[in-house]
Design a protein around this ligand. Structure first.
Ligand code: MOS
Length: 704
């Protein structure tokens, strides 16, 4: 411990693996070389519901290079009778080839394994599978609420406080509106890919995922293996957004590697990802707000309907978003689900909050309009002093500080509140704002920090860098905790043999891992004798934050944000262009401003994309998606994205050793509502269904 270089945290740092990534030296799961590698290609069902009657393997087994065809008659047996790292039961979709049931279009029915990827694909496309079709039902709509039920996902589905009807009767103004959001897909740049092999009695999987302990635990559970005999590595990950947990590709690779006793790789195609990687459920939401003439809310009611598959219950908890946002005497929120013959939806960046904030924050804007109160002032008047439903204190809550700073920088004070009155040539102009929040959590993790004989430090923590810059953030955190410069710190991540740590998800990765790294570094500093030599094997200290994290007091813990957007709408073509966006966030201490801004801007771009472009459309007759690829599924491209600014106010978390909250998800929350509110301000027309497509703008007309 010689030089005390203070304060790496909070200073901009390029990614420590950045050079490897831009030069191609960084290898991704689908391109890491293995000797004697065989390739598997998944075969997906062409019916939406029914049974596999037979699989004609004979002709395919005679094709060049084909090694085997796995299906429900010959695949290894697995069990779903276990609970994984996240404490939720497995989606039985990953119990591949266990019976003849087909639960949705694109259900995995076979795996063809061959010497090369091309041979496997050729044979997979030639494989004839016969089905007994059954009628399917994929029609999601608000009317399905009659068959829906409240479901407990990872939070209570229904929360009711106060008398709703009495509150509505006493309200001077009531907003009662319905909103919809479509099925949306993650589309991480890097497709899901895994290679499995048996090596010295251990199962080894090289994968692209959001947590190697998580995937290792699921594979151990599925295949009834001793968890210590499963190793999963995932060094570089090209995006996850919630989709990269245990999925068909790893399970198929393990099955084939077990049967063939050689390494097998399975990579999903982009099209297969639309069936196998999960997605965000469409939502149908209703919001009722009742307020006094001064804007004080008497009633906040938010009901949301989402779909789930026939085999697994996943709740998109859109109605939960409001529980921490606004005070109201009567506060009713409910998320319900309906079962359909579709793939299981899953977590997707800001699950619940992203679609929920579109409805709630649009409704707030409608209330502001009817009351003649500025939308920011309306939020100020309903700012809670404690959790509106929980009654718990806030860890820190700087939402209004975000609005004040955002309003100043955006020029909100000069805004004319009247809709449809600004023109720039053929364009109608408008501005809008919305709030956002996302829960901040810390989860137990372990870390090891070694003082090396050469004066450097090695940090070992099973973190996952899914593109967020986690490896770099942890380098800065470790350097500060050790009081050394960052060039003396090396961080190893992405290997389940490094010990248990929480996943990159729920905006809790960097906070949870930083806690563990800080604790191990502190421990190491205590055990080092100043001036004493370090032995060749180094000196290692370890941490486990289970106790410290478990001792956190019950509080409302969230990151907050204020979103601003300016749009231009062409009333002749229905085109909506976003001209600028600003997001100001209160999201804890910012470890690395460079990569943090990237996270927040990335979320905001996704919000823009959600507002204007993204929509997966399911064909009711086949049960599949139209255009399941990046040509048919539109995402915002460079030409759609204007200058976007993200910044933050000072908001260190008072209960975190580093002051971190988490930034992975809050950037998308409220962004789509800000755009939709700006479209109203431009045109005078409310769009309550996303995306705001040109045809919707045209058919809605306006004040043009
Ligand atoms: Mo995320 S949806 O927390 O990976």
């Amino acid at each position: 411990m010689t030089t005390a270089t203070r304060g790496a945290v909070g200073t901009a740092h390029t990614r420590v693996e950045g050079r490897d990534k831009v030069t191609g030296a960084a290898r991704y799961a689908g391109e890491i070389p293995f000797a004697d590698l065989a390739h598997g290609w998944l075969v997906l069902s062409t019916v939406a519901r029914g049974r596999v009657r037979s699989v004609d393997t004979e002709a395919v087994l005679a094709m060049p290079g084909v090694l085997t065809v796995l299906h429900h008659h010959n695949a290894p047996r697995v069990t779903t009778d276990y609970v994984g790292l996240l404490g939720v039961p497995p989606d039985p979709t990953v119990a591949l080839f266990q019976d003849d049931r087909v639960a949705h279009m694109g259900w995995p029915v076979a795996l063809v394994v061959a010497e090369t990827s091309e041979q496997a694909r050729e044979a997979a496309e030639a494989l004839v599978v016969h089905y007994d079709r059954e009628p399917h039902d994929v029609a999601f709509s608000a009317e399905r609420d009659t068959e829906a039920y409240p479901a407990d996902g990872h939070m209570p589905a229904v929360v009711e406080k106060g008398d709703l009807e009495a509150g509505l009767a006493a309200s001077a103004v009531v907003v009662d509106e319905r909103y919809t959001t479509p099925e949306e897909h993650h589309n991480p740049m890097e497709p899901h890919a895994a290679t499995a092999r048996w090596e010295g009695g251990r199962l080894e999987v090289v994968d692209s995922n959001q947590g190697t302990n998580w995937v290792a635990g699921e594979l151990a559970g599925l295949f009834s293996l001793d968890p210590a005999s499963v190793r999963v590595r995932s060094e570089h990950v090209g995006g996850g957004f919630g989709s990269k947990g245990v999925r068909a590709h790893q399970v198929a690779a393990v099955m084939a590697a077990t049967v063939l006793q050689r390494p097998v790789r399975v990579v999903m195609t982009r099209r297969q990802m639309f069936s196998l990687a999960g997605y965000r459920s469409p939502t149908a939401q209703r919001v009722r707000l009742g307020a006094d003439p001064d804007g004080r809310l008497r009633v906040l009611e938010h009901r949301s309907l989402n779909l789930t598959s026939a085999v697994y219950e996943f709740v998109e908890p859109s109605a939960a978003a409001g529980r921490s946002m606004y005070a109201a005497d009567a506060h009713h929120t409910a998320s319900r689900v309906v079962r359909l013959d579709v793939p299981s939806p899953t977590w997707m960046r800001a699950p619940g909050e992203a679609p929920g904030s579109f409805a709630l924050e649009s409704a707030l804007d409608e209330l502001a309009e009817r009351l003649g109160i500025d939308p920011i002032e309306l939020r100020v008047r309903n700012e809670p002093s404690v959790g509106p439903v929980s009654g718990l204190p806030f860890g820190s809550r700087n939402l209004i500080a975000c609005f004040r700073e955002g309003a100043r920088r955006f020029g909100w004070a000069e805004r004319d509140p009247r809709p449809g009155v600004r023109r720039d040539g053929r364009w109608l102009l408008g501005t809008g704002t919305a709030a956002g929040s996302f829960p901040t959590t810390a989860m137990p993790s372990t870390a090891a920090v070694t003082a090396e004989a050469d004066g450097t430090f090695t940090v070992r923590i099973n973190a996952a860098d899914i593109g967020t810059g986690a490896r770099t953030a942890l380098t800065l955190v470790a350097a500060d905790a050790l009081e050394v410069s960052t060039d003396r710190v090396r961080v190893h991540i992405g290997d389940s043999d490094l010990g248990p740590a929480i996943i990159a998800g729920g905006s809790m990765g960097t906070r949870s891992w930083s806690w563990a790294v800080t604790a191990a570094a502190d421990e190491l500093r205590r055990s080092l004798v100043p001036g004493a030599d370090i032995p060749p094997e180094g000196i290692t200290a370890r941490s486990n934050t289970a106790e410290a994290v478990g001792a956190l007091a019950q509080k409302e813990r969230h990151a907050f944000g204020a979103q601003f957007a300016e749009v231009a709408v062409d009333p002749a073509t229905g085109e909506v262009r976003v001209r600028r966006m600003l997001g100001v966030f209160a999201a804890g201490r910012i470890v690395n401003p460079l990569t943090a801004r990237n996270q927040l801007v990335g979320g905001m771009i996704w919000g823009l994309s959600m507002a204007l472009h993204e929509e997966a459309v399911r064909d009711r007759s086949t049960g599949g998606l139209y255009g399941a690829d990046l040509a048919g599924y539109h995402v915002a491209a460079h030409a759609d994205v204007p200058p976007i600014e993200a910044d933050w106010v000072d908001d260190p978390d008072p209960d975190d050793p580093v002051g971190i909250k988490g930034i992975g998800e809050v950037g998308i929350v409220g962004a789509a509502a800000a755009v939709a509110n700006a479209v109203w301000h431009a045109t005078g027309v409310r769009h309550r269904s996303l995306p705001i497509r040109p045809d919707r703008v045209l058919s809605a007309g306006g004040d043009a």
